[in-house]
Design a protein around this ligand. Structure first.
Ligand code: PEP
Length: 249
């Protein structure tokens, strides 16, 4: 059975002291993986606050070079040094606002894996692509190019995040999400093998909240959630953790 993940993407929110406070209020879990992704400036303080209590600290991005003249950028070594075990890559906001291509995301993934850091690779179609029935085509392209020349997926989790559902309050129905997750799992099977596709964890992301999480998390191919807005509210985030724990029993 795949262990569920509940991951909170804090995006560009919270000062260091606010991040410490929020991290302290997140529930730990023994039967699911709980991940939180603060901003770069808060990573070290949050890692120290958590102090190996089981919650995993993630970054939200990296630059795909070890070091050098890349003003304003942060390398995988630096996030590791700050206590990160994971990084979110290919988030739709990075693709849209910072023009990140599948090729760049692939470079970032390869570099991250060199440092033995886990990756949450985000994929997903926008509204126009869904309406014109291009969802599967877009996902195939994002997976093929994003995972190009990566043979071992043991450190990779995929997050399916329909762009039209991120931060909009609009959520994919459990059936809609399950259908797409199943497509992604089959795609991984065709790119790798059955064992890999059975092992890889696929999270749903897009306006997941305590009142819609159960239906989504109960789906066969949904192995957890990547949560933006609701992860800033400890009560809501902890409720989603509890629901995932209940489903995992
Ligand atoms: C996200 O940013 O990954 C996300 C899913 O955001 P929200 O939960 O706010 O839609």
């Amino acid at each position: 059975m795949r262990k569920m993940i509940i991951a909170g993407n804090w995006k560009m929110n919270k000062t260091i002291s606010e991040s410490i406070e929020l991290a302290k209020s997140i529930k730990t879990s023994s039967n699911i993986d709980v991940i939180i992704a603060p901003t770069f400036t808060s990573l070290k303080s949050v890692s120290e606050t958590i102090n190996n209590n089981g919650i995993i600290v993630s970054a939200q991005n990296i630059h795909p070079k070890d070091s050098g003249a890349y003003t304003g950028e942060i390398s995988p070594l630096m996030i590791k040094d700050a206590g990160c075990k994971t990084v979110i890559l290919g988030h739709s906001e990075r693709r849209e606002y910072f023009n990140e291509s599948n090729q760049l995301i692939n470079e970032k993934i390869k570099k991250t894996l060199n440092y033995d850091i886990n990756v949450i690779l985000c994929v997903g179609e926008n509204l126009d692509q869904r309406k014109t029935e291009k969802t599967n085509e877009i996902l195939s392209e994002q997976l093929e190019l994003g995972l190009s020349n990566i043979n071992d997926l043991s450190k990779i989790t995929i997050a399916y995040e329909p762009v039209w559902a991120i931060g909009t309050g609009e959520v994919a129905s459990p059936e809609q999400a399950q259908e797409t997750h199943s497509f992604i799992r089959n795609k991984i099977k065709s790119m790798y093998d059955e064992e890999t596709s059975n092992k890889i964890r696929i999270l749903y992301g897009g306006s997941m909240k305590p009142d819609n999480a159960e239906g989504l998390l109960n789906q066969q191919d949904i192995d957890g959630g990547l949560i933006g807005g609701a992860s800033l509210n400890p009560e809501a985030f902890n409720k989603i953790i509890s629901l995932a724990e209940k489903i995992s029993q």
